[in-house]
Design a binder for this molecule. Structure first.
Ligand SMILES: Cc1cc2nc3c(=O)[nH]c(=O)nc-3n(C[C@H](O)[C@H](O)[C@H](O)COP(=O)(O)OP(=O)(O)OC[C@H]3O[C@@H](n4cnc5c(N)ncnc54)[C@H](O)[C@@H]3O)c2cc1C
Length: 448
């Protein structure tokens, strides 16, 4: 029996995936999106609601498997539309802080595309779902009946009009991304939120779109020069996207943040000390201005740890946890949260589990976030001076450095590392006794 109405706040990555899952359980699903430009068609779009799409966006292998599960056939559509496929060993020239990773044929492959393009394909699918409607408007307020801890109404300001509207909801899903104000709203409503965990960094991105003259460049299709606190302050990612173009995203730490001025951008790019990169640049012609992103901090709202949580509301995607994009995990983590929603939704309609369903769901979200949060923040914590770091973390940093060193020399370790980075395996695979022994032996021999 389908419940009545679910309302998703935000038509971004998490919001669209959640709507597809909710449409199987609710009679109506309404998505509220602040910016009407979501219906624009690429390549000319600039979606105001997702300014991060002006930067390179990699959807990891696990993320690609999941999106194809929620939206069957979307990868075939992407392939038919000539988005390049990347073999993460054969086609990726990756200069790590410990050497260049080996290139060989592997089965870790993903399609490469811009975030705009992906959203465009996703919205087309959403519009085909007969019980899902997108309303363009700004979410103003969430409320419920007086003296009740249930939220069941969303007040919105309808776009391009002076009108507001109150919409009833059996379930509200906040997927408003990093600009969500849900923490403040919960506090106003009397639900005390915990102090958010914040791990800052000094990273800055600057990105520009280029025309790719030779898509079949033989040496590699994707280029990554990694930055590392205390080792190398300047790096770059070059990822091909649809329509024979590529994103060039410059990355800088501290005072080495990349600039917005096009000439200075070009100077930064051409000063990076790798002859393979400089040769590759001959295939690229700039098409756009430079976009900057300076706020790349990690924020975890820890809603799962709240003593009381309103019935009728869940929070997913960047609205619950923002990760520094250094490992490109954001969209894949959002998809994993939507998978959790899919698996848990039947419990919402079960009398035994319905009462505490939302609170339990939020606890499960926090559990799911444990691994990606510790992976990403461990990287940012390297910027702290060594004496400020707990001993356990310092040992972890040393162990992971030893893994990276070995991965630059050993194909099997590189495959394992790539599988972990693509969220196909958990980082716990590195703690199997055989792996620890292999890493330590290589580390000791390398030192002697
Ligand atoms: C520079 C940068 C690079 C990144 N690179 C990668 C990468 O390579 N790979 C990766 O997986 N992730 C990457 N990410 C992270 C990724 O962009 C996010 O994790 C992902 O977009 C989260 O999806 P979401 O649906 O939660 O939020 P979003 O996709 O940001 O969507 C939020 C939506 O909510 C709407 N909204 C906001 N407020 C309101 C309101 N009041 N009313 C109505 N609608 C509203 C917005 O308009 C928007 O459409 C990157 C992030 C940044 C900043």
């Amino acid at each position: 029996m389908k419940s009545t109405q679910a309302i998703v706040l935000g038509c971004g990555y998490a919001g669209m995936l959640a709507a597809t899952v909710l449409s199987e359980h609710f009679k109506n699903v309404i998505i509220i999106e602040r910016h009407p430009d979501i219906f624009n068609t690429p390549p000319d779009t600039t979606r105001m609601g997702i300014p991060q799409a002006r930067h390179s966006h990699v959807l990891l292998s696990q993320g690609q498997l999941l999106i194809n599960q929620f939206m069957p056939g979307i990868l075939d559509e992407i392939e038919k539309n000539h988005c390049p496929q990347i073999d993460w060993a054969a086609d990726a020239r990756w200069h790590s802080p410990f050497g260049t990773y080996p290139q060989y044929l592997s089965d870790i492959k993903t399609f490469a595309f811009s975030r705009y393009y992906l959203d465009h394909l996703m919205i087309k699918r959403i519009l085909k779902l007969s019980n899902v409607t997108i309303i363009t408007g700004d979410v103003l307020e969430l409320s419920g009946k007086k003296h009740s801890s249930t939220l069941d109404t969303v007040k919105i300001a309808i776009s391009d009009s002076n009108q507001t509207q109150e919409l009833p909801a059996d379930l509200i899903v906040d997927a408003r991304g990093r600009r969500s104000t849900i923490s403040a709203t919960l506090n106003q409503l009397g639900f005390k939120t915990p102090q958010a965990m914040k791990i800052a960094n000094t990273l800055g991105y600057a990105s520009r779109v280029y025309q790719l003259a030779d898509q079949d460049h033989k040496d590699f299709k994707q280029f990554y020069l990694q930055v590392r606190p205390g080792k190398s302050k300047r790096g770059v990612v070059i990822s091909p996207i649809e329509n024979q173009r590529a994103f060039v995203t410059l990355i800088g730490l501290g005072d080495a943040k990349p600039p917005q001025d096009t000439e200075q951008f070009d100077r930064f790019l051409r000063s990076l000390p790798h002859s393979d990169l400089q040769k590759f640049l001959q295939h690229l012609k700039p098409l756009s201005d430079v976009s900057l992103c300076r706020n790349l901090h990690n924020v975890h709202y820890r809603f799962g740890s709240m003593k009381t949580w309103p019935k009728g509301l869940i929070v997913i995607g960047d609205a619950t946890c923002i990760l520094n994009p250094v490992y490109g995990q954001g969209m894949t983590v959002a998809a994993k949260q939507v998978l959790l929603l899919k698996e848990n939704l039947p419990l919402l309609f079960d009398a035994c589990t319905a009462m505490t369903w939302e609170k339990n769901f939020q606890e499960k979200i926090d559990l799911l976030l444990t691994t990606p949060w510790s992976m990403t923040t461990a990287e940012d914590l390297r910027s702290l001076t060594a004496k400020n770091l707990p001993l356990k973390l310092r040992i972890m940093h040393k162990y992971f450095d030893a893994i990276l060193k070995l991965a630059a020399k050993n194909q099997a370790m590189h495959t394992q590392l790539t599988r972990v980075l693509h969220m196909l395996d958990k980082p716990s695979v590195f703690f199997k006794p055989k792996t620890i022994a292999k890493v330590l032996i290589h580390h000791i021999i390398g030192k002697s």
